[in-house]
Write a protein that binds this ligand. Structure first.
Ligand SMILES: *Cc1c(COP(=O)(O)O)cnc(C)c1O
Length: 433
């Protein structure tokens, strides 16, 4: 399968090139040239399949032409070494728990898949690759842990100093080996800009092989479509013929885009809800047709603090730049920190279910956007214990920290402080390689 750039000013490339390059040379994002529908028979029997079977079937659609089946199946099985259960929280309201992976957030799915696919391609090319990743919290940990110890790959994690939780920071600053944490004096958007500039810098690219592990990479975002099918399969075991609405806590819109791809592949989702916190650039676009990126502000759902969502271009491309077509499939709501706190507190008191701030946003939006005859699924993208300060303050009683999560906190932080200055960042990359 070939991949084209959303800016249409760069040549089409192979999967290998799209994965190794990350961003297209015209600064566009790569898109697969086709999105094939899965056969009707697959959907008729979907409730009989397990997660791995579903994921392998979906992976085959995108990657089957380029990766031998056995290898691809192994990548999928290795990636999904944890469960993704669907649970009923209230009548008609289900949660898809995406946080049972090694770093307790949904980004484990995309990051683990990408690490394995990149490693497959690097071994073919035999040249060291430097992975650059900007993180607002969870990407860094998922990518760093996904790539830890993988030969031929070095990872640089850029994160905004003081703007990620203690727990998140521990997950990518304590690993050592092939992982370097760069603590940037700035916002997440500053980190993202540094990464994007690095890809555009000719001198740097002539000296080092660079790639991105942000959701701009096709190997990161496409595998996220697996679990939309899996959520549907689990729901169908309980309910036939449900009208399904899916609520997605959104930042860079990679997760939502993967859901929209699933719909394009034939998955029967009536409507998606893209949930924003106070950083509601996408909601504004849906309401007004105008896309006005701006500097992000800090909230308690910090993985959604994005002022210029990178996958917006993919959504435009997927819908032929039609605002009308996009709004037919997607609606949006926004929530303040106060509303998020109330939701965590109320749902815990009423249903004995503990939400993290991102899942809480998605829950609220589902309650607001779902009609009585519809069945709702909201995505819980992180484990509540990752935000123990915030979540703990919303509930009575103490918050249980899973052992595997607490283990990260025991190790020593190692990070390199940097101002948001491209030339210093560049020097750092050259010195370290
Ligand atoms: C990254 C992240 C999001 C936002 O996902 P996008 O794909 O960037 O829209 C939501 N919740 C959590 C916990 C995250 O880590």
């Amino acid at each position: 399968m070939k991949y084209y750039s959303t800016n249409k000013k760069a040549p089409v490339v192979s999967l290998q090139e799209a994965v190794v390059k990350g961003l297209a040379p015209d600064r566009g994002l790569y898109m697969p040239e086709r999105i094939d529908r899965l056969p009707a028979g697959f959907f008729e029997e979907i409730e009989n399949y397990e997660l791995h079977e579903i994921a392998k079937t979906v992976a085959e659609v995108f990657f089957g032409e380029d990766i031998p089946k056995e290898k691809l199946d192994a990548i999928v099985s290795d990636t999904l070494n944890f469960e993704i259960p669907l649970k009923e929280v209230e009548e008609g309201v289900y949660v898809l728990e995406l946080f049972h992976g090694p770093t307790f957030a949904f980004k484990d799915v995309g990051a683990r898949f990408m690490a394995r696919m990149l490693s497959h391609f690097v071994q073919e090319g035999k040249e060291e690759v430097n992975v650059l990743v900007a993180t607002s919290g969870d990407t860094g940990s998922a990518v760093a842990n996904g790539f830890l110890g993988v030969e031929g790959i070095k990872v640089f994690v850029l994160y905004p100093s003081g703007k990620v939780s203690e727990m998140q920071e521990a997950q990518f600053t304590t690993l050592g080996q092939n992982i370097t944490a760069l603590e940037v004096d700035g916002t997440f958007d500053d980190c993202q800009t540094l990464v994007k500039s690095a890809f555009m810098d000719e001198e740097l690219n002539s000296r080092l092989k660079l790639t991105s592990a942000n959701s701009i990479n096709v190997a990161r975002f496409l595998p996220q479509s697996f679990y939309y099918f899996w959520a549907y399969a689990q729901l169908k075991r309980e309910l036939q013929d449900a009208k399904v609405v899916v609520s997605v806590p959104s930042g860079n819109l990679g997760n939502l885009t993967a859901g929209l791809f699933a719909k394009r592949m034939g998955l029967s989702v009536d409507k998606f809800i893209a949930v924003n916190n106070r950083n509601d650039v996408f909601r504004e676009y849906l309401q007004t047709g105008k896309y006005i990126p701006r500097t992000s502000v800090q909230t308690i759902a910090n993985a959604m603090d994005v002022g210029a969502p990178s996958n917006f271009e993919r959504i435009l491309d997927l819908y032929g730049h039609s605002h009308e077509a996009i709004t037919a499939d997607v609606s949006s709501y926004k929530y303040s920190d106060e509303e998020i706190r109330m939701a965590i507190s109320n749902v815990y008191a009423k249903s004995d279910y503990l939400l993290d701030p991102h899942g809480a946003c998605a829950y609220l939006a589902l309650k607001e956007g779902k009609k009585p005859d519809e069945t709702g699924i909201f995505l819980a993208t992180a484990h509540p214990a990752k935000f123990r300060e915030t979540v703990g303050s919303c509930i009575r009683g103490s918050l249980q920290i899973p052992d595997a999560l607490a283990a990260f906190m025991k190790n020593k932080k190692q990070s390199i402080s940097l101002p948001k200055d491209f030339n210093l960042f560049k020097k750092q990359l050259i010195d370290q390689s």
